[in-house]
Design a protein around this ligand. Structure first.
Ligand code: UT7
Length: 328
């Protein structure tokens, strides 16, 4: 019997070659390896050079997927890019830039703005596009050049971020990894806890803003508390809605913002921390790229086995949050 459903059929990822350790950062700003690692779990991050844009990171991830899986990129007919760091302010969308750089024929190409939860949102949108049968092979990319919107004079935030991209193909198929269900939420009232205060169409008097108003501003403690709360609620909502328990889930793939956030949520939910995939030590927080980078890495290490149930869970600017239940 055929079991054709919207599935992830391929994964890929890319990070820039330049890796900057905590000690290297500490040589330039007032911080230390001890503080960064003990407060976040981060040891190093990859940083793109000035000539590399978010679209270039996305293209490198797509090319890695293409090469590893032997699938030509001109076979995609839709491209969704989840990013908070578009190549240009507003338009053209980063997806359209990628289409042009790759020389792809007319396809559906658009960006999703849902902060660090962007890939989770985009996966559910891709599932709907595939199920509608209007599009056959949808490329979903989470790509970020976060270091371009980082205030390098603010030690509270600049040590936290890195650059990179991860991607997935979604299509109706009887092989691959089923996108079973998704939870997508937001709490816009918390927007000011994590934002770039100016540069858009809203009038804000820049002289009232402390620090660089065109770079990331964050109330770390407020986001931390929000993150632990919603990681728990998303996981609970997904398992209850799908008639299972957290014991039935083999892997949790969380947004990599802080290993302490992940450990606090695991403890609150009474789930063994070993079931949470953590690679923040190498990449820091890559926003919408962190979950697809983690999934691609886990697939490459053969950690994900057929039949396993996997929950992705993320949170970020918006404030947005959500998760996907996947069956490997
Ligand atoms: O993708 C989603 C976006 N972001 C997040 O999810 C981040 C959520 N928040 C966090 O991960 C944590 O709140 C942080 C890692 C940002 C901060 O950790 P914390 O344990 O909440 O530290 P804190 O803000 O309470 O700061 C403690 C101290 C402060 O010093 P005082 O005022 O107590 O003397 C800071 O000035 O640590 C100081 N500090 C630093 N010291 C050395 C802050 N940043 C640094 C630094 N190096 N880089």
């Amino acid at each position: 019997m055929s079991d054709i459903k919207p599935r992830i059929t391929a994964l890929g990822s890319h990070v820039p070659a330049t890796c900057v350790t905590n000690d290297e950062l500490a040589a330039k700003i007032d911080t230390s390896d001890e503080w960064i690692f003990s407060h976040t779990g981060i040891k190093s991050r990859h940083i793109a050079d000035d000539e590399t844009a978010t679209s270039d990171l996305a293209i490198a991830a797509l090319k890695a997927l293409s090469k590893e899986q032997n699938i030509e990129l001109d076979t995609i007919d839709a491209l969704i890019v989840a990013t908070a760091t578009q190549d240009y302010p507003g338009f053209p969308s980063t997806a359209c830039v990628i289409q042009a750089k790759l020389g792809l024929p007319p396809i559906a190409a658009f960006d999703i703005s849902a902060g660090c939860t962007g890939f989770i949102y985009a996966l559910e949108i891709a599932k709907a596009l595939a199920a509608s049968k209007t599009y056959r092979r949808i490329a979903v990319v989470g790509s970020e050049k976060l270091t371009a919107i980082t205030d390098w004079t603010d030690r509270n935030t600049c040590v936290l971020f890195g650059d990179g991209a991860g991607c997935a193909f979604v299509e109706m198929s009887d092989t691959g990894h089923e996108i079973v269900d998704s939870v997508l939420h937001s709490e816009g009232t918390g927007a000011s806890y994590l934002s770039i205060p100016t540069g858009g169409t809203a009038y804000v008097d820049e002289s009232t803003i402390e620090g660089n108003p065109r770079k990331i501003h964050m109330d770390g403690r407020a986001v931390y508390n929000f993150a632990v709360r919603v990681m728990c609620s998303v996981i609970e909502e997904l398992v209850v809605r799908n008639g299972c328990s957290t014991d039935d889930i083999d892997w949790f793939v969380p947004h990599q913002a802080n290993s302490r956030i992940i450990a606090a949520a695991a403890k609150r939910l009474k789930i063994d921390l070993e079931k949470f995939y953590i690679n923040i030590d190498q990449y820091a927080n890559t926003s919408a790229a962190s979950i697809p980078i983690a999934l691609a890495e886990m697939a490459q290490k053969a950690l994900l086995k057929p039949g396993q149930r996997v929950i992705t869970v993320g949170f970020g600017a918006g404030l947005t949050y959500g998760g996907n239940l996947l069956k490997w």
